[in-house]
Design a protein around this ligand. Structure first.
Ligand code: ATP
Ligand code: MG
Length: 635
């Protein structure tokens, strides 16, 4: 192991690991005492496979835990430091947040929202987004947040699926200097959806909006409301939210999360992973439209009374230095972002971060995709100056909170660039073959979770059968994560990409990330994606798509160099049959590479759901690259 990455925070707590290994249910029960309960549970876990219900009989409330608990102790502590894309600033203390949440909760009640009703939230990254989630939680309404970049059709599908009574939106949101007219999009989305009773509109960008008789202006509705609103005492198993997955592998799934178990998981993992201190300034770049935003922007940090920066716009707007300007301006100590964002920062060169003061940083995190070792090292060296541990957190919308990660708040272990390290306490994982048998160390297989954990989804909204089929039909009593992985001899986990994307070339199984990371390790490459297409002899042949670093031009020599680089690093088996240079890769709006789309385009068929693609132009660009290459081959 390379000891140069052994930076730790050093408050080792072996007791937690020991207890967790002995009896994970008892362990999670001990963790549940850290959150506030109006009434204690009688049963820690009811497990009617594959449905888990945690802390049954207990009564709690997510908004109470996120606001009242802290406000009683530190009302003036800053909860949110908000910066708009245009530079505007707002600060909200815990007391401010509690007051605003209570007012909106009262307004929702006035509109007839009851416990269990769904409320769709389609807002930009403004404090009112957090306020809306918590107002729902306070009265037991189920929130369902839709990322504010989605189109009318995507919103309509989700609102129709959840049958939301209320939609909360804004006149507009800022993205890269332009105003996206959110209210107009909502009007389009809810046409003829009669079950939507009201739309609440926050005035944010001050563009003109057309009002209908369903519409309520936020200020007029919420302004006069009482500043107190009792939290509902909700069953631990009461649904807190529905959230649709990113759509990387197919049609987004409506994941349903409960309350007491979810909060326990998020509370514990936030503390272990981010080692949160009262003095920290935390910044997670995820949009609240994704699960990372729910767990580690809203519930996790607020339950711990953290101060966090919320930023409205693009991290590279108006200049690529924006992210680093935020770090130095606010003295950010913990930065949690994604590999896709890091690859973009890296592509822009080192001068930009180097000309900003990043000395406040003490802990760095990543989530969403496997991080290429080269990108990890850049994060560690150029951003963290070799001082800051990196937490690579593997988890899913379905898992509610982190499942694999180093836990600097508990223990210091050596870091390995590109590995997410070990399961967090209370989680038992395996890597298995098609028959469910554990594979040997250093062998590839499918990642499964062996035990139940408190953050696990209740089901898929309105579709228990699909829930059973997607996660529980491949193996008996093991949660099938759908990711391909390897555990090394030290017990470290290496995530190798989506199980559906695994390449089978001449009897060998290759994970997409192994090939992509090898391409990215070449000095000219910024990003890469690979997919397999059927091949008569080999079973599958490898097709690679490469984005070069800024300013570099593609040529036949570079293509040959890259192919040789893969042959030398992995072996001739991994030689791509075709390699295309492109300007951008198709990604989901949450920034993940959509390999299934690459495969479909290469085979000249686009099937399945493409509603979550970020930029449709990337499809055309790839089609063009493929056509040009086949033209060159013919001539
Ligand atoms: P869909 O389920 O609709 O295809 P999705 O799986 O991308 O979308 P999410 O729940 O947002 O939706 O993402 C979870 C997935 O992201 C994981 O299954 C895994 O493939 C990937 N992932 C998340 N964090 C990491 C990480 N740290 N390392 C490797 N992969 C990660
Ligand atoms: Mg998924």
């Amino acid at each position: 192991m390379d000891s140069s990455y052994d930076v730790g925070l050093g408050n080792y707590d072996s007791i937690i690991r020991n207890v967790a290994n002995k009896d994970s249910i008892k362990f999670w029960e001990s963790q549940a005492h850290n959150i506030h309960w109006f009434e204690k549970w009688h049963t820690a876990l009811e497990w009617n496979p594959p449905f888990a219900r945690w802390f049954v009989g207990g009564k709690t409330n997510a908004a109470y835990n996120a606001l009242d608990v802290i406000t009683q102790k530190k009302p003036d502590k800053k909860a949110i430091i908000w910066e708009g894309e245009n530079g505007e600033e707002r600060i909200l203390t815990y007391a401010d947040l509690l007051q605003e949440v209570s007012k909106l909760a009262n307004a929702l009640k006035k509109l007839g929202v009851k416990k269990g009703d769904r409320v769709t939230i389609y807002l930009p990254m403004v404090p009112e987004l957090i306020i809306s989630l918590l107002a729902c939680a306070r009265i037991g309404a189920i929130h369902t947040v839709i990322f504010s970049g989605f189109s009318a059709k995507s919103i309509r599908d989700r609102i129709d699926d959840s049958k939301s009574k209320i939609v909360i939106t804004a006149d507009g949101g800022r993205r890269r200097g332009t105003v996206i007219k959110l209210k107009d999009i909502v009007d389009d989305a809810i046409k003829n959806l009669d079950f939507v009773e009201h739309v609440i509109i926050l005035e944010h960008t001050h563009n003109d909006v057309k009002f209908t008789n369903k519409d309520k202006r936020w200020d007029e509705l919420v302004g006069p409301m009482d500043v107190c609103c009792e939290s509902e005492m909700l069953d631990s198993t009461h649904p807190l939210y529905i959230l649709y997955t990113s759509g990387t592998t197919g049609k987004p799934k409506g994941v349903l999360h409960g309350t007491g178990g979810y909060l326990t998981h998020v509370f514990s993992t936030f503390k272990w992973i981010f080692d949160i201190k009262d003095s920290d300034v935390y910044f997670c770049t995820a949009d609240i439209g994704w699960v990372t935003g729910h767990s580690y922007v809203v519930y996790g940090p607020l339950m711990h009374g953290a101060t966090q920066v919320i930023y409205e716009g693009s991290l590279d707007y108006p200049t690529p230095a924006r992210i680093w300007n935020l770090v130095s301006k606010y003295g950010i100590t913990i930065l949690y972002t994604t590999p896709t964002a890091l690859r973009m920062f890296m592509k822009n060169g080192d001068d930009i971060p180097n000309s900003n003061n990043l000395s406040s940083l003490r802990l760095l995190g990543t989530v969403g995709e496997p991080i290429n070792p080269k990108v990890w090292k850049w994060y560690f060296e150029t951003i963290g100056k070799k001082r800051c541990p990196i937490v690579d957190t593997w988890w899913q919308t379905e898992t509610g909170g982190a499942i694999i990660s180093t836990v600097p708040g508990l223990e210091t272990i050596p870091l390995k660039p590109g590995s997410a390290a070990k399961p967090v306490p209370g989680i038992h994982l395996s890597v298995v073959d098609d028959n469910g048998n554990k594979v040997k160390s250093d062998s590839k297989g499918y990642l499964v979770i062996e035990n139940q954990w408190p953050g696990m989804l209740l089901t898929l909204w309105g579709d228990d059968e699909k829930y059973k089929a997607v996660y529980w039909s491949k193996y008996k009593n093991k949660y099938y994560a759908g990711d391909y992985a390897m555990m090394d001899t030290d017990g470290y986990m290496w995530l190798l990409g989506r199980a559906d994307d695994v390449l089978k070339v001449a009897g060998h199984r290759l994970g997409t990330i192994e090939l992509e990371s090898t391409l990215v390790s070449h000095k000219s490459v910024a990003e890469a994606a690979v997919c397999g297409v059927p091949h008569e002899v080999k079973g599958e042949s490898i097709i690679a798509f490469v984005v070069l670093k800024s300013g570099l031009l593609s040529d036949a020599q570079l293509k040959e160099d890259l192919i040789q680089h893969i042959r030398k690093t992995i072996g001739p088996i991994a030689t791509p049959d075709k390699l295309y240079f492109v300007e951008k890769l198709p990604k989901t709006r949450s920034g993940k590479i959509m390999r299934r789309l690459l495969k479909a385009i290469t085979q000249n068929e686009i099937t399945g759901d493409v509603s979550t693609i970020e930029d449709e132009a990337s499809i055309d660009e790839i089609k063009k690259a493929i056509a040009e290459l086949s033209q060159t081959l013919k001539s």
